[in-house]
Design a protein around this ligand. Structure first.
Ligand SMILES: C[S@@+](CC[C@H](N)C(=O)[O-])C[C@H]1O[C@@H](n2cnc3c(N)ncnc32)[C@H](O)[C@@H]1O
Length: 233
């Protein structure tokens, strides 16, 4: 399977990042990170009502912040967790020690997924896929879900309308300047957002999700250029 990711884990500098600093930085740098997770919990509660033993796939687990939020709600679930950064995954292993987690180190764009998941989750983990990579991944995610399964997708997005896109971009950088811990982390995050992220308009991503076959696609949370999309198989 051809790699469609625009970076390696090394490019993201995560291998040198101390986990505690990362946890603080992701909350500071992503507008609405905490509120997005509150909405995500509501969705997990809704979907886990009839599933005691849910099988979940998470793409880009990072240090396990999102995973912990989910597993606190459904502690009996089994989680398959993918990340291509060993440093990040080591942080997740420590954080999630009490849960049932199977770790896969590697680039998810080059992997085949199992096909029996109740839920696929990715939060701030897909914006290094180019457009075609996103489309291919959405199809792979659809195929990995059981009938009635759900894809919970939170990420940075942009907009088709160039004025709205520009304003959201400006507000995002303003947010970074206001919230950076220090000059070094501002430099790191501004570089990441300007040169490494590949944001696609939310309208296009909704269209691609529908085109690959998701039966319903709903935006549950939107703040500046952060969005939470719920796509049902
Ligand atoms: C920014 S973190 C977010 C983690 C968590 N959801 C949060 O909000 O704190 C996303 C993770 O995705 C991983 N990642 C990005 N692209 C990936 C890919 N193609 N394959 C595997 N992991 C990837 C990065 O290494 C990073 O650890």
């Amino acid at each position: 399977m051809a790699k469609t990711t625009n970076v390696t884990a090394g490019d993201l500098n995560y291998d040198k990042y101390a986990n505690e600093i990362y946890d603080d930085d992701i909350r500071r740098s992503i507008p609405g990170h905490d509120n997005l997770h509150k909405e995500l919990i509501n969705t997990v509660r809704e979907y886990s009502k009839d599933h005691e033993m849910m099988k979940i796939l998470e793409l880009g687990i990072g240090t396990g912040l999102t995973s912990e939020t989910i597993l606190e709600v459904v502690p009996t679930a089994s989680l398959k967790a993918v990340d291509f950064s060993k440093q990040m995954m080591d942080g997740a292993k420590k954080r999630l020690a009490k849960f049932k987690v199977d770790y896969l180190l590697g680039d998810y764009s080059e992997m085949n997924f199992d096909t029996d998941f109740d839920m696929v989750v990715s939060v701030i983990g897909i914006h290094h896929q180019k457009d075609e990579g996103k489309r291919l991944l959405f199809k792979k995610i659809l195929d990995s879900l059981k009938a009635g399964g759900v894809f919970i997708f939170g990420d940075l997005v942009t907009y088709k309308n160039k004025y709205k896109a520009a304003v959201n971009d400006a507000r995002h950088y303003h947010h970074l300047v206001e919230n950076a811990r220090d000059e070094k982390s501002l430099e790191e995050w501004a570089h990441h957002h300007k040169f490494l992220n590949v944001l696609a308009p939310i309208e296009n991503q909704i269209t691609w999700l529908k085109e690959v076959g998701f039966s319903s696609v709903e935006v549950r949370y939107e703040y500046l250029n952060t969005a939470l999309i719920i796509a049902k198989k």
